[in-house]
Each structure stands twice: as C-alpha cells, then as structure tokens.
Design a protein around this ligand. Structure first.
Ligand code: PBG
Length: 325
C-alpha cells in the first residue's frame, strides 16, 4: 500500500476541483500606452498585439476589455515633448491626464484607473530622476514625482503608481496628495523593481530608454537581481511610507521575491509580467514551439502561486478573449 497522488490527477474535473491556485479576471490589470493624438492606434513592433493609442481609441478599448471582465487599466504616457525635468508629465493636457478624465467620465467607478508616475518617458535623457552629470539625483527628483502624481490624481486617476525607484518617493507623493486634498487617491508602489533585461520592448513602446547625457543604465536606482532581502526592505519601507499596494517587477524570474515580500507585508501585492516576458511567450508561440494559451495559463498561475494578488500583464485581454484562464 503506497500513497497515490495520481488519484487526484485522473480527470480535468478532478484536477480543477483540487487546484490550489485560481486566476480570476478581477485580478488582471491591462497596461496601455497613451499618445497625444486622440484617434491614434499605432501597433508596437516590439509588443505584437499591443498598440499606442490616443484617448478616443483607448476609451473604446477599455470598454471592450470591460466586457471581457478586465476592470483595471494601467496607463503610460508617450510624448515627443521631452526636457531634462520631464515637465510634460505634469501637464494637465497631457495624454495620460486626458485619458484619466475620459475614462472616469465614461466608466465612473466601473473601471479602476491606475496612472504610472515616472519621469523616464518625459525626460530627454530617459532617466527616471533628475540627472546631474554622471548621477541621478534622489531628493531633487521627489518634488517632480509628487507634482506629477498630484496632477494625475486631479485628472481622475484612482491610483498612482510610482515606478521610478527613488528613495522616499512614496512618502513625498502621499504628502503631496494629502496636501492637495486628494486623500482618496491610492498609491501602488513599484516597491521591488529590478534593473532587468526584460524591459527592452517597453522602452521601445514608451520611448523611455536611457539616452546620451546621463548614466547608460538604471542600476543606481533599480534593484540588483542578485538580491532578495533587499526587496523585503524596500517593500517594508514603502508600506511604512504609506503605500496602499505594493509590486514586485518583473515576475517570472522573481517568484522567490514575490513569496518573500508576500510573507513580510500586509498589503495587496501586485506582480508585473513585463514586456520582455510577454515578448518571449509570443516568440515561442510564433515559432510553433509551445501553445500560447497554455504558456500564459502556466505563467499567470505560477505568479499567483508565488503569492501575488494582482497580475499586471499584456496578456490580460487575449487570456480572457480566448478563455485561457
Ligand atoms: C519605467 C518603467 C519601465 C517599465 C514600467 N515602467 C521600464 C524601465 O524601467 O525602463 C517596464 C514595463 C515592461 O517592461 O513591461 N518607469
């Protein structure tokens, strides 16, 4: 007589009955790239199936996503108007600001609008903070990030999501929001964001790669992927500074980090399956080496199993469209 775990794997119905991990549509967040031209819909070669959209196109897309069950949109701006301080990021007429307003007008509380807060798509050097010679300055960047966050909350964002990795930015943003009377706007902090090689397609999509005039990479502010305890430290700091939700990014090479952070904090935890992770799945499927839907099913469940509560993924729409969950 030996124990037989295979009894519970005998049929699809049995396997579904005992599955320890579920993914439901309400947990999925769909990222969007928003451009100034309202009717634009420009495919992004590096992210097959994803387009840069203007406000009108975005509203239609979010309406269709909502029909599928996606109720959260994460917005990134893409602009040509760049300067050393990323001022376009706090322009109330900017694409993300107008998108926040339009989505709230159209969908009200039915859709949660999350606005990315960062300088890199708005700065001419492409860094997420103020650049001075070879350095990215920390404290000088905080007021700019806080102002951008306040402007986005004023425009209607339900949640602001700082992705810059400057120290102290959650406290600075919370103080800015509260001083402006925006006490209800939540903060989703990219608490543990690694200096990853998987952001390549995003940087093409958002035109946000580091350029001449500053350090060549983001390693002085994004985390070193050799570290895990440091991620817990970052998450605890952001929790103490007032973050309502926390994030680990990327997701798939960081499942241990997700588990460690999940165990240490008392906030909902998001994981971001980033552009390179999306593109890798697309490339495998394109080559006929794996089934796209099965890959996405495996990835999303793995990240949930590790402990993430929310999943930010470019595959949100196709996953629901094609019933991959
Ligand atoms: C920058 C930012 C990045 C991503 C989200 N916000 C890239 C970076 O740090 O260069 C990556 C997202 C993705 O790859 O899907 N603030």
């Amino acid at each position: 007589m030996h124990d037989r775990p295979r009894r519970l794997r005998a049929t699809p119905a049995m396997r579904d009955l005992v599955a320890e991990t579920r993914v439901v549509p309400a947990q999925l967040v769909q990222p969007h790239f928003v451009v100034p031209e309202d009717r634009a819909e420009v495919p992004i070669p590096a992210l097959p199936g994803i387009a840069r959209m203007g406000v009108d196109t975005l509203v239609r897309r979010v309406a269709a996503d909502r029909e599928l069950g996606i109720r959260t949109a994460l917005l990134f701006g893409v602009v040509d108007k760049k300067d050393p301080l990323g001022r376009a990021g706090e322009d109330p007429q900017g694409p993300v600001h107008r998108a926040c307003a339009a989505l709230k007008r159209e969908f009200g509380d039915e859709v949660t609008v999350v606005a990315d807060v960062c300088l890199c798509t708005y700065t001419d050097h492409g860094h997420c903070g103020v650049v001075e010679g070879p350095r990215v300055r920390n404290d000088e960047s905080l007021p700019l990030l806080a102002r951008q966050a306040v402007s986005l909350a004023r425009a209607g964002a339900d949640v602001v999501a700082p992705s810059d990795m400057m120290d102290g930015r959650v406290a600075a943003i919370r103080a800015g929001l509260d001083a402006a009377g925006l006490t209800e706007c939540a903060i989703l902090s990219y608490a543990a964001k690694y200096a990853s090689n998987f952001y390549g397609p995003f940087r093409q999509a958002a035109d946000s790669a580091p350029r001449a005039g500053g350090p060549k990479d983001r390693k002085t502010y994004q985390m070193d992927y050799r570290n895990r305890a440091e991620a817990v430290r970052e998450a605890l700091l952001d929790q103490a500074e007032g973050a309502d939700l926390l994030m680990v990014k990327p997701a798939l090479a960081y499942l241990d980090v997700i588990a460690a952070v999940r165990a240490a904090v008392a906030r909902p935890l998001a994981a971001y399956l980033v552009s390179g992770e999306y593109a890798a799945v697309e490339a495998l499927a394109e080559k006929g080496l794996a089934d796209r839907g099965a890959l996405v099913h495996e990835h999303l469940h793995a990240v949930r199993r590790a402990g993430a509560d929310l999943l930010i993924t470019y595959h949100a729409r196709p996953a629901l469209q094609h019933g991959w969950l």
